[in-house]
Design a protein around this ligand. Structure first.
Ligand code: UDP
Length: 502
C-alpha cells in the first residue's frame, strides 16, 4: 500500500547500479608495511574462501559526492579484485524523502537542520520510500547474501531485506560525542528499523546509540585509498598542470600533462574547468590555505570566511581556497545550493584586498575521478589544509591531506579528535575559536620545518590505521562472524593513534 504510494510519486524509480572495475588487492600492499601486508593477504584469502558464492550488496543514496561514495568506489574495487562479488546499488528517493533524511542526518550530529523535527508523517513517508526501494532490490537477493546499508536513508530497508534472507548490516557514518535531545530524537526515529539489523557498525565508540544490543555493534573507522585519483602521488608539475587546466591556478603554463591514473589503471586527464565564483585564479607562489568539502553548514564555510577575513588575512599574505562540488551534483543534499549562495553573498561584501585572496571554487562532477584528481592537486598545492567542521563523523578530507603529508588544522570535533593527535600529527582547535584557528594556520605558514614534520607524522599515522586494507579486513571479519553467529563486538582492535605518533 505504502510502497504503491511512493511509486506513484516516483514513477522514475529504478535502482541505480554503480559499475565498479576490479583492482587487485595486492596493489594496496604497496602502501603497507610488510607486516600489515601479510596480515591483509591472509584476511583476503580467508574471506574469499568463506564468502564464496555470496553477493555482498552495498546500498547508499548517492553515487557521487561525500565520503561514503568515495569509500565505496575504492573498497568495492579491491573486494572485486579479490574475487568477491561485491556490488553497489544506489537507492532512490524524492525531494520530501531527502528533506527528511537530511534532517535526520543533521540531528544525528546534534544539529536541528531545517528545524522541522521528525513527525509521524515523516516516518510514514520515509517508510514508503524505503519499501519501494526494497521491493525492487529484494528479488535480486538470494538467501545468505550480505547487505551492507549505509546511513540514515537506508535503515528502512533493513527489515524487508532480512525477510528476503540476507544478512543485513547497517552502518551509520555520522554521530555526535554527546547525544542531546536532537540526536536522541533521530535515534528514536531510526531505532525501530536499526534494531532489526544483524549488525550495526559505527565509526567510533562515542557514536554508539543507547538501546542497541552491544553484541551486535561493531566499530569500523573509515579509510582512504592511497592509489585512487584522489590520493595517488602527483608530481608538483602535474598538480600545477591540473589546477591550471581546471582554471583554478594562474602562473606560467606547466609543461606537464594534467594526467592521472584512473581506479581501473587506465590513463585519465583533467579537461573540465572548475567555476571560480566571482574569484580570481590562485597566483603561482601565493601561500595557500585550503578547505575542500560539500557545501554544508556543518562544514562551517561562513565561519572559515570570517576567520580568514578578521584573523588570518590581516596577519599574513595567505590566500584561502574554498572548494566544493558543483552545486546540484550531489543528489541527496538539498541544502548544498543554499549554502553556496550564503557563502557567495558573504564573500561579495568583503573589502577588495581580501576578496582578491579568496578563491571560491565549484569543481566539475561529471566525471568523479576527474573531480578527485582536481581535489588531489588542490590538497598538494596547499601549504596548510583546514577542516573547520562544527561536527564530523570522520573527516575523510583530513585523512586525505595527512596522507599527502600536508599539515592540517582542524576543529576538535567528532572523529577528527581520533584522527589527529594535537601538536603531533596535526593541530586541533575549538570549532568556533577563530583566533585559535588563525594562530594555528599562520603559525604553520611561518614555520615550514614544523609544518613538514607534522605533515610527515600525519602521513605515517594514516598508513598505520586509516588505509583501505584495514577497513576491508574488518568488514570481512565482520561477515565471517555473522556466518559463525559470533559476536561482532570484538573485531581486531586498532592501534592507538597516540602510540603511533610518538
Ligand atoms: N570531495 C570531493 N569533491 C569535492 C568536495 C569533496 O571529492 O568537490 C570529497 C572529499 O575529498 C572527501 C569527501 O568528498 O573524500 C568528503 O568526505 P568527508 O568525510 O570529509 O565529509 P562528508 O562529505 O562525508 O561529510
Amino acid at each position: 500500500m505504502r510502497a504503491a504510494r511512493a511509486r506513484a510519486t516516483m514513477p522514475w524509480m529504478r535502482l541505480e547500479s554503480v559499475a565498479i572495475a576490479p583492482v587487485p588487492p595486492t596493489r594496496l600492499a604497496e602502501a603497507l608495511t610488510a607486516e600489515q601486508g601479510e596480515r591483509f593477504a591472509e584476511v583476503v584469502d580467508r574471506g574469499r574462501r568463506e564468502l564464496a558464492d555470496r553477493v555482498i550488496w552495498n546500498v547508499n543514496s548517492t553515487a557521487r559526492g561525500g565520503g561514503v561514495a568515495e569509500m565505496l568506489r575504492s573498497l568495492l574495487a579491491y573486494a572485486r579484485g579479490a574475487g568477491l562479488d561485491a556490488r553497489w546499488v544506489v537507492m532512490r528517493g524524492d525531494r520530501d524523502f531527502f528533506a527528511v533524511t537530511k534532517r535526520v542526518h543533521n540531528m544525528l550530529h546534534g544539529e536541528p537542520g531545517d528545524g522541522h523535527g521528525l513527525t509521524a508523517a515523516d516516518g510514514e513517508a520515509y517508510l514508503a520510500t524505503a519499501r519501494a526501494n526494497a521491493d525492487e532490490l529484494a528479488p535480486l537477493i538470494r538467501p545468505g547474501d550480505f547487505v551492507l546499508l549505509h546511513d540514515p536513508q537506508t535503515a528502512g530497508l533493513i527489515e524487508p531485506l532480512r525477510a528476503a534472507g540476507a544478512h543485513v548490516v547497517w552502518r551509520c557514518h555520522v554521530g555526535t560525542d554527546a547525544a542531546g535531545p536532537l540526536a536522541r530524537a533521530a535515534w528514536d526515529f531510526l531505532l525501530p528499523h536499526v534494531r532489526e539489523a544483524d549488525a550495526v557498525v559505527f565509526s567510533r565508540h562515542a557514536f554508539v546509540w543507547d538501546g542497541l544490543d552491544h553484541e551486535r555493534v561493531a566499530i569500523v573507522p573509515p579509510s582512504i585509498d592511497p592509489f585512487s585519483p584522489k590520493n595517488q602521488d602527483l608530481e608538483p608539475a602535474v598538480a600545477t598542470a591540473i589546477l591550471q587546466r581546471a582554471g583554478i591556478a594562474a602562473g606560467p603554463v606547466s609543461t606537464a600533462a594534467p594526467a592521472f591514473t584512473r581506479l581501473d589503471g587506465t590513463p585519465g586527464r583533467v579537461d573540465r574547468r572548475a567555476e571560480l565564483v566571482a574569484s580570481d585564479r590562485l597566483p603561482a607562489n601565493a601561500p595557500a590555505l585550503l578547505q575542500v568539502s560539500r557545501w554544508d553548514r556543518l562544514k562551517d564555510p561562513l565561519g572559515l570566511l570570517d576567520a580568514f577575513r578578521c584573523e588570518i588575512a590581516p596577519r599574513s599574505p595567505a590566500h584561502l581556497v574554498l572548494a566544493g562540488p558543483s552545486p546540484g551534483a550531489v543528489a541527496d543534499d538539498p541544502e548544498g545550493l543554499e549554502t553556496l549562495h550564503e557563502v557567495t553573498r558573504a564573500a561579495a561584501g568583503y573589502p577588495r584586498g581580501i576578496r582578491a585572496r579568496l578563491h571560491l571554487c565549484t569543481l566539475p562532477m561529471d566525471d568523479v575521478e576527474e573531480n578527485a584528481a582536481i581535489v588531489n592537486a588542490l590538497q598538494r598545492r596547499a601549504q596548510v589544509v583546514i577542516q573547520k567542521s562544527l561536527a564530523e563523523g570522520f573527516g575523510l578530507t583530513v585523512a586525505e591531506a595527512m596522507w599527502k603529508a600536508r599539515p592540517v588544522v582542524a576543529s576538535a570535533v567528532g572523529g577528527i579528535r581520533e584522527q589527529i593527535v594535537e601538536g603531533e600529527t596535526g593541530l586541533l582547535v575549538a570549532p568556533t575559536d577563530h583566533a585559535a584557528l588563525a594562530d594555528a594556520a599562520v603559525g604553520l605558514l611561518e614555520d615550514p620545518v614544523r609544518a613538514a614534520a607534522i605533515g610527515e607524522r600525519g602521513r605515517e599515522s594514516v598508513r598505520a590505521i586509516f588505509l583501505g586494507a584495514r577497513h576491508l579486513g574488518q568488514y570481512l571479519d565482520l561477515f565471517e562472524r555473522l556466518l559463525g553467529r559470533r559476536s561482532v563486538a570484538e573485531l581486531a582492535p586498532l592501534p592507538p593513534p597516540r602510540a603511533l605518533a610518538s
